[in-house]
Design a binder for this molecule. Structure first.
Ligand code: NAI
Length: 403
């Protein structure tokens, strides 16, 4: 079959296997090219568990560690759909498959666990995999889940996140990737219940419960660290992000990092929330009102030569902030900041100026919509030069594979 891109709103419904391999390979090559000079200074983790390692920051972290100086072995948990008679499957499924293929070629252990990270069954599978492949212990746990719902572990009832402002309505715009059109929107403030549910889904509670599970299973190695990803952003994004439901969840995540830091201190380890740059991922395109900012940011940072993608961010995190000869670099709130280039004052000044000019008629010309859209297409294996999308794919070849 010939696989064409199908987008509904901001959600990709198809993925191209060879394009996904290309996306994984490009990240591997970036790490291989930038690693040689870091080799002597590495104290990176040998055995890494990634929760949410099939796309975005989690996948980039996995690649940076497995193909970087630490040559880490990895176990990754993700919730993806494989190809079947019903559809071609998700990009994350192919990313898992191709990551494993290339990591094993380099002699790394690469285990993919495809299941719901919130379920007990997946936790049991992870503990078993740690026993089998990691001699029972992990050196780093990366929490990179992004999802819209989480079951209450006691009742099974779903908490659903709502990406909304708090207190008052916010106006803004989103861009529909399906139609390349600008849509003005007004977001009504969240109810108390919506705030609470979003914290349950995207806050720190599940991160903490994973670390507790690993402590109870005696799977935490001496010196084990854990990180989770956060976003703060400039003031212009605060009404929809930091001061909204997502921001509340992230503040909860930051607080959890302190609690986990105390727990892991018993093992000589530590926990950090890491504040990343705004980037195009499956999760971020879903945030209403953020697209104009990301497009403007891309435009300015590319012009300044400071633009980074997930892989550059993760490379910098591990080699310049976390696994270094000096104490871990944190700010006054004990957050690791790799959003420094995004928040640079000259960059932000230019972004603000550009944002005031953007509208439905000029956003493709003035901001980097082309870059935004290309990254989105690339996430799903499309729009790569060098891949002939007219060549039919034998999807049956993938159907019986366990990635
Ligand atoms: P993503 O959508 O690319 O990746 C999410 C991962 O979570 C995927 O591997 C997916 O399979 C997995 N996942 C989702 N539900 C799951 C479940 N129930 N069980 C197992 N796995 C599940 O998202 P992205 O953007 O990489 O987000 C990761 C973290 O980074 C989030 O905490 C997000 O808030 C944070 N972040 C993202 C930024 C951005 O601009 N994209 C900026 C700063 C922080």
């Amino acid at each position: 079959m010939i696989i064409e891109p199908v987008i509904n709103g901001v959600v990709a419904r198809t993925a191209h296997p060879y394009g996904c391999e290309q996306a994984v390979l490009e990240q591997i090559r970036y790490i291989q090219q930038t690693t040689t000079s870091d080799k002597n200074t590495n104290h990176g983790p040998a055995r890494v568990l990634i929760l949410g390692g099939s796309s975005g920051f989690g996948l980039a972290a996995r690649i940076a560690l497995a193909f970087g100086a630490s040559e880490s072995d990895t176990i990754s948990v993700s919730f993806e759909r494989g190809p079947s008679e019903k559809g071609v499957g998700t990009a994350g499924w192919y990313n898992n498959y191709y990551f494993k293929k290339h990591a094993e070629q380099e002699g790394r252990i690469a285990v993919n666990i495809d299941g719901d990270a919130f379920s007990q069954e997946t936790r049991t599978q992870v503990i078993e995999a740690i026993e089998t492949y990691f001699e029972g212990e992990v050196d780093l746990v990366i929490y990179s889940l992004a999802t819209g719902a989480r079951p209450n572990p006691e009742t099974g009832e779903l908490w659903r996140s709502s990406i909304k402002p708090i207190g008052e309505a916010v106006t803004g715009a989103s861009v529909m990737l399906e139609t390349d059109t600008w849509q003005d929107l007004t977001l009504q403030p969240a109810s108390e219940q919506e705030i609470e549910s979003t914290m349950k889904v995207m806050g720190g509670e599940d991160w903490e419960s994973w670390i507790d599970t690993l402590i109870n299973a005696e799977s935490i190695a001496d010196g084990c660290q854990t990180i989770a990803f956060s976003y703060i952003g400039p003031e212009v994004t605060h009404p929809i992000y930091l001061d909204g439901t997502l921001g509340r969840a992230k503040v909860d995540l930051h607080q959890t990092s302190h609690a986990l830091n105390l727990k892991l201190a018993n093992f000589g380890g530590a926990a950090y929330a890491t504040v990343c740059k705004a980037l195009v991922t499956k999760a971020s395109v879903f945030i209403p009102g953020l697209t104009p900012y990301i497009m403007a940011l891309y435009e300015v940072m590319k012009e300044q030569g400071t633009h980074e993608g997930c892989i550059e961010q993760m490379h910098r995190l591990f080699t310049q902030k976390l696994y270094i000869d000096e104490p871990v670099h944190v700010d006054g709130e004990r957050l690791i900041r790799i959003d420094d280039l995004e928040l640079d004052s000259e960059t932000q000044q230019k972004v603000q100026q550009l944002l005031t000019k953007l509208n439905r008629d000029n956003f493709k010309k003035l901001a980097d919509y082309r870059g935004f859209k290309t990254e989105f297409m690339n996430l799903n294996g499309f729009d790569f030069d060098g891949i002939d999308y007219k060549v039919p794919i034998n999807i049956d070849e993938f159907i019986n594979i366990t990635p």
